[in-house]
Write a protein that binds this ligand. Structure first.
Ligand code: NQM
Length: 352
């Protein structure tokens, strides 16, 4: 089928504190290069404002979930693609735990998973950057996905039905350098990866208080340069190679809590500063905080303060110190269907 002329089936959803376009894999070209070219034209990239497409001009609103019946040990497979607003880049180098919150509801909506009573568990095989698993519990009273009611999730303004998400540990070590602390580009950091590679650095070491608004951090050219320097040094140290053109690792700047939580965070993802914090980014920070033996940690719960609220992450570790491995983690998110129908990509001829 000609995607340009006939439109492409697409559901837009808010997943957690992000927003994106959800597709069945069967509704997109099987060839990855063709698929990515189509997604650039659907989302409106390359253009900072993405004015000619569905993207919202920010990495958090320029996201794509590709979902299909699982060919592995799960109900569905989920491939995440980050469409860079200002560049003609679509990358599968990271996953996204926020868009993941919409994958369970989308799978039920598209008939990939039948509703099973009041709550339908959807087992999701996350394909990138390497295979991992999640189980999302989707509210399905009366055989339909429920989106309303529930609670206000930090990072979003309105209440919606909760989606509980549990991640089993992969058994892999969570400190990719084999150390709890590294000195990279002249900074003391912790490199951690519990689903999202993150470099954790103390705010005070960057001359910050740690609770600055994202816009202030983004406006500070010197700080941005310093953060990028640390990030690029961390890439090879974390086994990610040259990360100049990658969206990972993220850099999370930490400081003491202000609102009764465990830690305050401001996270570069990596060029913009997150309005909240990523889900798996949050799990990684939680692991770093727990492994560091913070006195603020109470049981398995780590309360991560971010620019728009507090994100509660439950993490269980096997072992401690640099050998620690993630046994399991769990979060609660909300998601909401925003639209369902056809999207018309701009034609190839109009591409820049
Ligand atoms: O870390 C943004 C988001 C994310 C990623 C980013 C995410 C996660 O909030 O699991 O959700 O860090 O690029 O959508």
């Amino acid at each position: 089928m000609s995607h340009d002329a006939d439109g492409v089936r697409c559901m837009q959803m808010r997943g957690g504190s992000s927003k994106g376009a959800y597709f069945l894999a069967a509704d997109l070209p099987a060839d990855a290069a063709e698929r990515d070219d189509l997604l650039l034209r659907i989302m409106g990239s390359p253009d900072e404002r993405q004015i000619d497409g569905l993207g919202g001009g920010h990495p958090l609103t320029s996201k794509v979930a590709v979902v299909s019946p699982s060919t592995g040990d799960a109900d569905v497979d989920y491939l995440f693609l980050q469409v860079v607003p200002e560049r003609a880049v679509v990358t599968d180098a990271q996953t996204c735990g926020n868009l993941l919150a919409g994958v369970g509801p989308f799978a039920v909506e598209r008939g990939l998973v039948p509703p099973a009573g009041d709550t339908t568990p959807v087992r999701i095989r996350m394909l990138n950057p390497s295979v991992s698993y999640a189980t999302a519990r989707v509210q399905t009273p009366d055989g339909r996905v429920r989106y309303d009611g529930g609670t206000v999730m930090a990072g979003t303004p309105f209440p919606a039905a909760p989606v509980e998400i549990a991640f089993p540990g992969s058994g892999a070590p969570v400190f990719p350098t084999g150390r709890l602390h590294d000195r990279l580009a002249g900074a003391d950091v912790t490199c951690v990866d519990a689903g999202m590679p993150v470099v954790v650095v103390r705010a005070a070491d960057l001359g910050l208080a740690g609770d600055e608004p994202p816009e202030a951090l983004e406006a500070d050219d010197e700080l941005r340069g310093r953060v990028e320097e640390i990030r690029r040094a961390a890439g090879p140290a974390m086994g990610l190679g040259d990360v100049r053109d990658l969206t990972v690792p993220k850099v999370s700047i930490v400081s003491p809590p202000r609102h009764g939580g465990t830690v305050t965070t401001r996270t570069f993802i990596p060029r913009r500063v997150h309005a909240a914090i990523g889900v798996l980014g949050g799990v990684s920070v939680a692991v770093a905080v727990r492994a560091a033996g913070s006195s603020e940690v109470d049981g398995s719960l780590v309360r991560i303060e971010h620019p728009t609220g507090t994100f509660d992450v439950s993490v269980e570790l096997d072992g401690d110190g640099p050998e620690a491995r993630l046994r399991s983690s769990a979060v609660v998110r909300t998601a909401r269907k925003l639209s369902d129908g056809l999207v018309w990509p701009r034609t190839r001829e109009a591409a820049r």
